[in-house]
Design a protein around this ligand. Structure first.
Ligand code: GRF
Length: 222
């Protein structure tokens, strides 16, 4: 039997933790190449901390408030926790802190983020309301490498969904979230299996194909 060298992953959260849950579920699969060994929240009330504890995963709070406006002091505290757990990769999953170049450089090529829009469209907050306001027919989510500029690193995986005429920001968010839960474990798999090659700022993932074809919205029904 071949043994896989599973990579040690930390998931950083600020809230609900549904993407964390999807990553934990994926990592239960014996052939998955990564283990979620640490969850760090910047707020003690982050709901995702409870999910971590229930799954028997180490959960830490590194509180940004106690570090005031000193972002690097907060990040040094974070870095200490990550090093103590010998973390190989970081997944940001609803982590609502901007990271400084000091931290981002240390984790270059080893830190992922999930964003609820098809980047580079709709960087920042309120992506679903903005996609509706823009009259988008297709919307989605993106997993990308983290770089110093927000929501801007090389794209690893995207998932798309149709936008319906009667969507609200909430119904659209729910449809996108279901896709997030599929693409985040996939992107982490690609990273942990060392299948991502960065060529001129674009990611190429070995042994993959865009199998699903074309999404056209709307389509005639009669
Ligand atoms: C997700 O929509 C993610 O794309 C964004 O923040 C949200 C986090 O949700 N970055 P959850 O905490 O994973 O449920």
């Amino acid at each position: 039997m071949t043994t896989i060298n599973r990579k040690r992953v930390a998931v950083l959260i600020s809230g609900r933790g549904s993407n964390l849950e999807a990553l934990i579920a994926a990592a239960r699969e014996p052939t998955y190449p990564a283990d979620i060994v640490l969850v760090v929240a910047n707020r003690a009330d982050a709901k995702g901390l409870e999910r971590a504890r229930q799954a028997g995963i180490a959960a830490a709070v590194v509180d940004h408030v106690s570090h005031g406006s000193d972002r690097e002091a907060f990040e040094r505290a974070l870095q200490d926790v990550l090093e103590a757990h010998q973390i190989a990769f970081i997944c940001l999953a609803g982590f609502m802190r901007l990271l400084t170049p000091w931290f981002v450089t240390r984790w270059q090529g080893r830190m992922l983020n999930i964003h609820p829009a098809l980047l580079p469209a709709f960087k920042g907050l309120d992506t679903h309301a903005r996609a509706l306001a823009a009259g988008m027919k297709i919307h989605g989510a993106t997993v990308h490498f983290v770089v110093a500029e927000m929501d801007s690193g090389p794209i690893i995986v995207q998932g798309a969904v149709p936008v319906f005429d009667d969507d609200t920001a909430d119904t659209l968010a729910a449809r996108v979230l279901a896709v997030e839960h599929q693409i985040y474990p996939l992107a982490l798999r690609y990273l942990a299996e060392d299948r991502i090659q960065l060529i001129d700022g674009r990611c190429r993932v070995a042994d993959t194909e865009p199998l699903d074809g074309t999404l056209i919205v709307p389509q005639t029904i009669r």
